[in-house]
Design a protein around this ligand. Sequence first.
Ligand SMILES: [Ca+2]
Length: 249
Amino acid sequence: MFKKMTVYMTSVLVFCMMFYQCAFAAENLIQNPSFEDINDNMPVGWNTWVWDYRPGVVEFGAEQEGSHSGQYYVTINNKKGRDSRYLQEVAVNSNSCYRFSGWIKTEKVGGDTLGANLSLEGFTAYSQDVKGTVDEWQYTELYIKTGEGVNTITLSLGLGGYGNLNTGKASFDDVVLEEVDSIPEGANFVFVGNTDAESEPPEDEKKPEDTEGKYTWVWLAVSVIVLATIFFYYYKTGKLKSTDNEKDE
Ligand SMILES: [Ca+2]
């Protein structure tokens, strides 16, 4: 009987945990984020942009050997100093926080100016950039906060940046845009919206609230109540007593 009850209680706990995981798992908002959907050597869902475009100066394309995951990743090869990017417009919620992350490696990227990075089109805030020749995939991220009335943002995977023209080759794989509850203290972030709000962060940002944490407590409380009810039922019907006797034997 005691064994039966333990199994039942464990099942209830596991169910609660699984429900929590499914209900609150973050969703990647990017289309074709690992670049596995390739058409004519270009990633589906992404556009390209080059400052001072001239034929043959910049090569965009998909490669297969040494991906971070899956079969493909994408590259930018600047043969002359350029600001070159893959761009994708993504729908977002206003007054929300996001984490934009991805993996980058480089070949012979100039060290004197901005290297390969993640950013947003139209903004001069960048993720930690990667320069020189770096064979191992490097994780990099940039937090984003959207203001009132902001419905879309345009993600940029770039080599160089505004006023930062660079040469060499940059590779990108496994980019993720996910909504987060708050921006970690001291994290690099870009505010999209009314610039007045940028100097005076909204109230919820000054006191970041861990809503995910709150949900965890709700589910823990529910689990405890369910378990307590079962326990009480067994105690009341006297089954628990016989269970203890069985255990003692
Ligand atoms: Ca991939």
